[in-house]
Design a binder for this molecule. Structure first.
Ligand code: KG4
Ligand code: ZN
Length: 342
């Protein structure tokens, strides 16, 4: 893998509610990364409003791409290929980024590389900012825990772009559990950061919420913890008391983090992984980061905070490895809203 060809990739990401573009060199050195967030717009709906997201992408996509190229001191002529998120995500959002990428690829006569958004999240651990010291790249075999708003799964990676799915959530994704629990506790969207903030003043041992240990050791289930919070909230309200939001948020967060850590460590041991990798929006959670980085058995790769939630730097990195290994997409590819990682 050290003999991959040098290349600069322009990447575009628009799978959900962030319009993003980035330029990366040789898959790791990030030259620019621009993210236009729509969070404030969707907050008033309590979640992502797909039609609104799609329209916002249309407004932002060209300026975001222009800014990413300008910050990298480049024009389209200087890039070797254009990578773009093809799925999974909201169809109406994905279409905007994919069509922009196709237009640029056609107009500038550059190869197009369609990238899986989940693969992008995983590759956020390869990214570092150009001009800073390059950290060691993650070493295979890697046990990768993917924890985003729509996905929670364990994959074994024995090489680049190679995933063996060991298990996944049987119901809610971890991020979804954060979002739904926040709503139950009356906390604002997005739920993950809200719960984390509320938990700062809470006792993680105040409530002992269930940690689902399923028959299948590599699967997850988060609906039980959500339901027990619902019952607890109802019980407290029926007794005429106010909800101890901080304690509940801290106890919920502890239950989720504990489950993710225990299962990931067990899988890493069982499958002989050398390192662990955590990726996806929930990897921004400080309690989760402390728990994973606090154990000493495995080296843990976890992206810098800025690259945990949706961005194009991660798509550029994954796009580079795909490009370098010869993957090319034709200009007639379509979006794949439910595209699995493996
Ligand atoms: O990866 P991402 O940005 O989008 C998807 O691909 O789904 O993940 C979004 C999810 C949301 O559910 C959000 O609540 C969660 O990541 N999240 C967090 C934190 N920041 C974002 N969850 C817990 N703690 C956080 N600090
Ligand atoms: Zn994501």
């Amino acid at each position: 893998m050290n003999d991959l060809p040098p290349a600069r990739i322009l990447a575009i990401e628009s799978s959900c509610d962030e319009t993003a573009a980035a330029v990366i060199e040789n898959g790791r050195a990030l030259l620019s990364s621009v993210v236009a967030s729509q969070m404030d717009i969707h907050a008033r709906y309590g979640g992502v409003f797909p039609e609104v997201a799609s329209r916002q992408h249309v407004l932002s996509i060209v300026p975001v791409i222009e800014q990413a190229l300008a910050q990298a001191h480049m024009t389209l002529v200087d890039v070797d290929a254009i990578a773009v998120t093809r799925g999974p995500g909201l169809a109406g959002s994905l279409v905007v980024g994919l069509n922009a990428a196709k237009g640029l690829a056609l107009g500038a006569n550059k190869p197009l590389v369609g990238v899986n958004h989940l693969e992008g999240h995983i590759y956020s651990s390869w990214v570092y900012e150009f001009g800073t010291d390059a950290p060691l790249a993650p070493q295979f075999p890697i046990l990768a825990l993917l924890v985003s708003g729509g996905h929670t799964e364990l994959n074994l990676m024995t090489d680049h772009l190679t995933y063996r799915r060991l298990g996944a959530t049987l119901d809610d994704a971890a991020g979804e559990a954060f979002d739904k629990t926040a709503r139950l506790l009356g906390l604002p969207y997005p739920g993950g950061p809200s719960i984390q903030k509320a938990a700062e003043d809470g006792d993680p041992k105040a409530f002992n919420f269930p940690r689902a240990r399923l028959d299948s050791p590599w699967n997850f289930s988060f609906s039980g913890v959500k339901t027990s919070i619902l019952y607890e909230v109802r019980r407290i309200q029926a007794a005429g008391n106010s909800i101890p939001v901080a304690d509940m948020a801290a106890s919920f967060q502890a239950a989720i983090v504990d489950t993710l850590l225990v299962k990931t460590l067990a899988a890493a041991r069982e499958f002989g992984a050398k390192e662990i990798l955590v990726a996806g929006g929930v990897s921004a959670n400080t309690a989760l980061r402390e728990a994973f980085l606090g154990q000493t058995e495995f080296k843990v790769n976890i992206p810098k905070f800025a690259y945990c939630t949706d961005n194009a730097a991660m798509i550029a990195s994954a796009g580079y490895f795909r490009y370098a290994l010869g993957h090319r997409s034709t200009l007639d590819i379509d979006v794949m809203p439910t595209w699995p990682l493996s």
